[in-house]
Design a protein around this ligand. Structure first.
Ligand code: NDP
Length: 496
């Protein structure tokens, strides 16, 4: 299956084009190793042309000044087309990433809600009047599009992550170059075709895909870009932030997480067991907000871990197209090897392997990049398996005896993306969620988010915010306009 057959896959200045050097990339279905599609692989020159197209469209085109109602209408049309093509897009996402079709459908629903949310928000966004104490002066702060945006997304939630950027950027009146991960570009290619159908003006939304290492400099190391919005790993984010700092380009980086899920002894048992499992093993742990660190009260720890292990062993993993599959494979063979290295590291560090830890023996899974849910008990914070993002189906277990210790452990990470707290004591729950230094904290729930609430990290999980009003503000500059309706001399210099 291919998204576009032999059609070109790069979209620059309103035209679909092949790579300038004819380069192609085979995309592999991680569930069975088959070739899903062959797509154009952009060169650095292609990326530079895409930036130039976005620059010219912003500087010379009408999009930045397009009435808000028209921009909102475009976002709504995109949302409607996403609904129309939901099944196709979900199928593409599953083929490309391996995630189950059910998960892919949820992703597309979320993408729709992001476009609808920003269509509504931009329509009601207003300027701020400032009283300067002089009735002849109209002083107001207006928001204008920040300019040319480069939008770089990872492979775990390809369309979802890039939609968190494209929707507010379009709403704000920016022009942009989207760069999905080289591993999973298919849903973004399909999306851009759909956005074109919805009427995105030429040059407003440009698309290049290919290796980040090859395209990175053309996309980020240039004064033609006003904002880089990046979601991905810490090492890449740091590199981009360094380039941006040198050029004084605004950079919003959304990075990884090493997210604690704290369970007190009085927590409701059934939902806690269920959500600790879902929180870490959904999408085989390839989730930035995955609850990979279970921090559980000592008095229930043995029973709790035993129950988790029993249920983890029963999680059905398989081809995402099979309705019986509860989770899919890892995104690639290369990524599976990285996860396996972490499992070996955990064993060598002395963590107690409770379940998982070996490739599945089932011959029907032999051609896919599958890895089973894996739990390590008796972990502590000196272990790299506890401190580093493994981005796979690995749960580590630490134990605590006091509330202060639980908070200390929950904050003992260089990251600060997300955390969960489970207790039936509401006052304690409120104390702990306020003490945790993470961008999202769930109390007696895990993993939920909404387009209307900001998403982002403390500490090394990043420096920007997506979703919510702040997710739109990232794409806007504020301008203070001072209008004197009755001009008169300032009278500072007397002239005598
Ligand atoms: P990477 O940092 O490897 O890549 C992210 C994106 O950056 C990809 O499109 C990649 O392209 C591109 N890239 C790589 N090198 C450069 C460069 N030098 N210049 C510009 N772009 C570059 O991350 P992964 O794709 O492996 O994604 C997993 C990471 O993303 C995890 O750390 C995860 O926690 C994080 N993440 C964070 C989220 C959040 O909301 N905070 C949400 C989802 C994921 P290519 O793939 O083509 O190399």
């Amino acid at each position: 299956m291919s998204v576009s057959g032999d059609l070109p896959d790069l979209y620059i200045g309103g035209a679909w084009v092949h790579s300038s050097d004819g380069g192609k990339r085979e995309l592999i279905n991680p569930a069975d190793g088959s070739v899903v599609a062959v797509v154009d692989e952009a060169t650095s020159d292609d990326a530079a042309r895409a930036v130039a197209a976005a620059r010219a469209t912003f500087d010379e085109g009408s999009w930045p000044a397009t009435p808000v109602s028209e921009r909102a209408a475009l976002l709504t049309r995109i949302a409607d087309l996403l609904v129309r093509d939901k099944e196709l897009l979900a199928r593409i996402e599953t083929d490309d990433t391996g995630k189950t079709l059910v998960e892919s459908r949820v992703d597309i629903d979320d993408v729709v809600s992001v476009f609808r949310y920003y269509a509504e928000l931009i329509a009601v966004s207003s300027d701020r009047l400032v009283d300067v104490g002089d009735p002849t002066v109209i002083s107001r702060v207006v928001r204008e599009p920040i300019g040319v945006c480069v939008l770089i997304a990872p492979w775990n939630y390809p369309l979802l992550q890039i939609s968190w950027k494209i929707a507010p950027a379009l709403a704000a009146g920016c022009t942009m170059v989207a760069k999905p991960s080289e591993v999973t570009p298919l849903s973004t290619i399909a999306f851009v075709r759909l956005a074109e159908e919805a009427g995105v003006p030429p040059g407003v939304l440009n698309l290049v895909q290919g290796s980040g290492a090859v395209l990175g400099a053309a996309l980020t190391d240039t004064d033609d870009v006003d904002l880089i919005s990046f979601t991905g790993g810490l090492a890449t984010g740091r590199r981009i932030a360094e380039i941006a700092a040198r050029r004084v380009t605004k950079a919003a980086v959304e990075l990884g997480g090493k997210n604690p899920h704290i369970v007190f002894a009085d927590a409701e048992w059934e939902s806690s067991v269920d959500q600790v499992l879902t929180g870490v093993f959904l999408h085989s742990g390839q989730v930035c907000s995955s609850g990979t660190r279970l921090i559980v009260e000592e008095s229930i720890a043995d029973d709790f871990v035993a129950e988790l292990a029993k249920r983890a062993a029963k999680i059905k993993f398989g081809n995402g197209l099979d309705p019986a599959s509860e989770t899919g494979p890892l995104v690639s063979e290369q990524h599976r090897e990285k996860v396996e290295a972490y499992v070996a590291l955990g064993i060598s560090e002395g963590a107690k392997l409770v379940v998982g830890g070996e490739r599945p023996a089932d011959p029907t899974l032999a051609t896919g990049s599958f890895y089973p849910p894996t739990i390590f008990d008796r972990c502590d914070r000196t272990m790299r398996i506890v401190t580093e993002e493994t981005f796979g189906p690995i749960l580590t277990v630490e134990r605590f005896t006091t509330e202060d210790e639980a908070i200390m452990l929950g904050n003992d990470t260089e990251y600060g993306l997300a955390a969960g707290v489970r207790t039936s004591d509401a006052a304690r729950g409120e104390r702990v969620v306020r003490a945790l230094r993470h961008g999202t904290v769930w109390l007696n729930d895990f993993g939920y988010y909404t387009a209307a609430a900001e998403w982002g990290g403390f500490k090394k999980s990043g420096n920007g915010r997506e979703l919510g009003p702040a997710g739109l503000a990232e794409y806007q500059e504020m301008k203070h306009i001072w209008h004197n309706t009755t001009p008169k001399p300032a009278g500072w210099f007397k002239g005598d």
